[in-house]
Write a protein that binds this ligand. Sequence first.
Ligand code: AHM
Ligand code: MG
Length: 354
Amino acid sequence: MADSVDAGVASAVGRYVVTQERSLDRDCTTLGRHVLQQLQSFGSDAQDLSALMNRIALAGKLIARHLNRSGLVDDALGFTGATNVQGEAVKKMDIYANDVFISVFKQSGLVCRLASEEMERPYYIPENCPIGRYTLLYDPIDGSSNIDIDLNVGSIFAIRQQEGNDETGEAVDLLQAGHKQLAAGYILYGPSTVLVYSIGRGVHAFTLDPSLGEFILSHENLKIPSSGKLYSVNEGNFGQWEPAMQACVQYFRETGGYSSRYSGALVADLHRILFQGGVFLYPGTQAKPQGKLRLLYEAAPLAFLMEQAGGLASDGRQPIMDIVPEKIHARSPLVIGSSEEVRRVESLLQRGSD
Ligand code: AHM
Ligand code: MG
C-alpha cells in the first residue's frame, strides 16, 4: 500500500517537474530578448535599449546578491556616518548600490551621465560621453530603513536621452517632464528578486532565477485593476497633513472594505498595488510641503510605469508626468495607483481647496 502511494506521489512529482521544465523551455524569455521583441527591431536604438536593460539587470543581480548575504558580510549593514544631499543619514548599502550602478554603466559605453539620490551632482563617465547618448536616473536603494531588519527594499530607474552636449556640466536638459523618459522601472528585492519595466509598450515583470542567474519573463502586459481595496500611506504623519488630505485618508478608513498596507518601501508597496489595485500616497506635510519622494528618480519613473499599466499618478492636482522639476533633487507629493482611487483623492483634495 505504502509503496503504491509513494509511486503515485513520485509520478505526480515527475509530471510536475516535466511540465515545469517544458513550460520553462517554451517561455524562457530573457530581458534583453524581450526588449528587442517589444521594439520589433534589431536597429541601433533597439540594441541600445536592450543593452541598457541588461546592464540594469546586472546591477540588480549584484545588489540582490549583496543583500542576500548582508548579515554575513563585514561592513554591509548600518550607517556610513555621512548624510546625503537630502540631509538623510546614508547607509552602507545605499553607497554600495549606488557604486554598483556606476560600475556596470562604466562598461556600457552608452551612458554618459548618472543622476541618483545619493549624489549631489550627476556623475559623468567621460570616456562614454563622446558616444553615450543616454542618462540613467536612479534610486539605488529605495526603502533604506528596511535594510538592517531584512525587509523588502527596491531600486528605481529611468532612462532619458541626453539632449545637447551639456557643455556646462549642469545637466539642465534633465529638468524636463516625465514624458521624456524612454524607459523606467524598478527592481524589488523580496522573497524573489523581480524586475518590472516599461519602454512605453506595456509593463512586464521578470523574476530572477538564481540557478540560471537570469531574469526570466514572469508576467507580461501587467494591468492594474481599475479599483482596489488597498491604501498605503504613513498614517503617523496624519497630524501634519492639510485637512483635505486628512479627509482623503478618513474616506479610506471609513469606507467599507479598504485595508491599510505600508511597508516603508515604496517599491514594495507599489508592487502590491500594481497587482491588487488601490492607492499609494506620500503627501506633503507642514514641514515638507513637497513631501519626501524625489521627482526625477522616484515619482516620475513609477508614474511612467503606472500609466503604462492603466493606472494614474498625480501630485494630487496634476499628473506627475507633466511636472517639470526645478532642480535635479526636486520632490513631489505622490498619489499613485488605480484610476478610481487616484481620481477619488484628486476630487477630495479639489473639494478641500474650493
Ligand atoms: P529612501 O529612498 O531614502 O529609502 O526614501 C524613500 C522611502 C520610500 O520607499 C518609502 O515609501 C518612504 O521613504 C518611507 O518614508 P517614511 O518613513 O517617512 O514613511
Ligand atoms: Mg528612495
